[in-house]
Write a protein that binds this ligand. Structure first.
Ligand code: HEC
Length: 146
């Protein structure tokens, strides 16, 4: 168990990044420095969610339900982003629909049901990201439990 936690912590650290694209983006955007030391409120919530989802995936792949319930995630509607445009018009409906999907995970009493709910949640992560922050999408896709 300890190993798994350490592993997901490391994965979480690797996952730290911003909306600017992953590897494929070779030319750094001007005036854009990812604030790795001081993530915005929203970026911090995202990092926590990414880590939580990574842990849940590991757990589900081992055939175990994961009861973890994030406490900060519900603040994603009000949390301040790194740049105001990251929460443009239409952000809130995505956030609400995401939270609805997220809640389904915790009503699941069977592993197969939780896997489905988890994958629906990942769909909801990607739906919002494709509108507001497409950089991390390739990393988010890795959260699917196949
Ligand atoms: C309602 C929209 C929305 C949903 C849903 C959403 N995100 Fe995000 N995400 C954002 C925005 C906007 C940012 C940019 C935040 C910032 O830089 O302040 C972000 C940033 C991130 C980042 C980069 C954080 C950093 O270190 O800069 C990761 C990783 C991430 N999201 C993962 C996820 C995962 C995993 C999920 C689902 C469990 C998810 N997101 C759901 C909008 C969303």
């Amino acid at each position: 168990m300890h190993k798994i936690l350490t592993l997901s912590f490391i994965l979480g650290l690797i996952a730290l990044a911003s909306c600017s694209g992953p590897e494929k983006e070779s030319t750094p955007k001007q005036n854009w420095t990812p604030e790795l030391d001081q993530p915005s409120e929203l970026a911090q919530i995202m990092r926590d969610m990414h880590e939580e989802a990574t842990n849940r995936k590991i757990s589900l792949e081992q055939g175990q339900l994961d009861p973890t319930l994030s406490e900060t995630l519900f603040d994603m509607i009000t949390a301040h982003p790194t740049k105001p445009h990251m929460k443009g018009e239409g952000y809130e409906p995505y956030a609400k629909s995401f939270i609805g999907t997220y809640n389904q995970i915790h009503t699941a009493k069977e592993v197969s049901v939780q896997i489905e709910a988890h994958n629906n949640m990942v769909d909801a992560c990607i739906a919002c990201h494709s509108q507001f922050c497409d950089g991390p999408i390739s990393r988010i896709e890795k959260l699917y439990v196949r």
